[in-house]
Design a protein around this ligand. Structure first.
Ligand code: 13P
Length: 255
């Protein structure tokens, strides 16, 4: 059986009012879906994370954060700890998104500290990796993915295949409206599965590998049908309940 995990990364979008409305719409629609093993998460901005948590309470939707600090508390102005997030029922956290790597200079070793802290705190880390267009053109895609995983997962041990999610997000496909082709997604996910199996043995065989990068209701059916694609990390198309729900419905075909 194929694992499916659909997560919405709302990025720096939605006011608290809009976020609550969106969360309520998604939550109501998800409650109408037939029971299935598919996992769903929404990752709103920090200003609305608590109210979104309340809006999705009682549904199967998991509350996720878009970032975290790796320390429990302290003098880190502007940062949010996993302890704070756990206290409001947040269960998952996106780590190492390309926007954080690019605009906030997050390094693979910082990302590794966050993954480690998230696992220790009992969170589900969604570790994002992906190459830029220049790296792809220079035939460095797998070298980059290997480096991001080698360092990002350094000293990480897993007890369960549900404890970690990898999101393959080619940087050139994020927010551009140009998703990777089926062949490109297939090639990358097959490579990633091979890497993860080498790294975590049997656990690596069933870790979820999401695709992210201009995943929409229009291309979701084709992309989610690929064997080693276990769902998606969705930006733009997660900001409308209708398109997010369409993607969820397509994912249900492949579990
Ligand atoms: P888009 O779906 O808007 O391309 O964003 C993808 C992404 O970055 C999800 O984390």
């Amino acid at each position: 059986m194929k694992k499916m995990f659909i997560a919405g990364n709302w990025k720096m979008n939605t006011t608290a009012t809009q976020a609550k409305e969106l969360a309520c719409s998604i939550s109501e629609a998800v409650k109408q879906l037939p029971d299935s093993s598919i996992q769903i998460a929404v990752c709103p901005p920090f200003t609305s994370i608590q109210s979104v948590g309340e809006a999705i309470a009682g549904s199967k939707i998991i509350l996720g954060a878009q970032n975290c600090h790796f320390k429990d508390k302290g003098a880190f102005t502007g940062e949010i700890s996993l302890e704070m997030l756990a206290n409001i029922n947040c269960k998952a956290v996106i780590i190492g998104h390309s926007e954080r790597r690019t605009y906030f200079f997050e390094t693979d070793s910082l990302i590794n500290q966050k993954v480690s802290a998230a696992l220790t705190a009992g969170f589900l880390p969604i570790l994002c990796i992906g190459e830029t267009l220049d790296e792809r053109r220079a035939n460095q895609t797998f070298e980059i993915l290997r480096r991001q995983l080698d360092i990002g997962l350094e000293n990480i041990t897993l007890n369960n295949p549900d404890d970690l999610v990898i999101a393959y997000e080619p940087v050139w496909a994020i927010g551009t409206g140009i998703a990777a082709t089926i062949e490109q997604v297939e090639e990358a996910h097959t490579w990633l599965r091979h890497y993860l199996t080498g790294r975590f043995d049997e656990i690596g065989e069933t870790l979820a590998i999401q695709y992210g990068g201009s995943l929409t209701a229009e291309n979701a059916d084709d992309i989610l049908s690929i064997a080693d694609v276990n769902g998606g990390l969705i930006g733009g198309a997660s900001l409308k309940a209708d398109s997010f729900l369409s993607i969820i419905r397509f994912s249900m075909k492949y579990i």
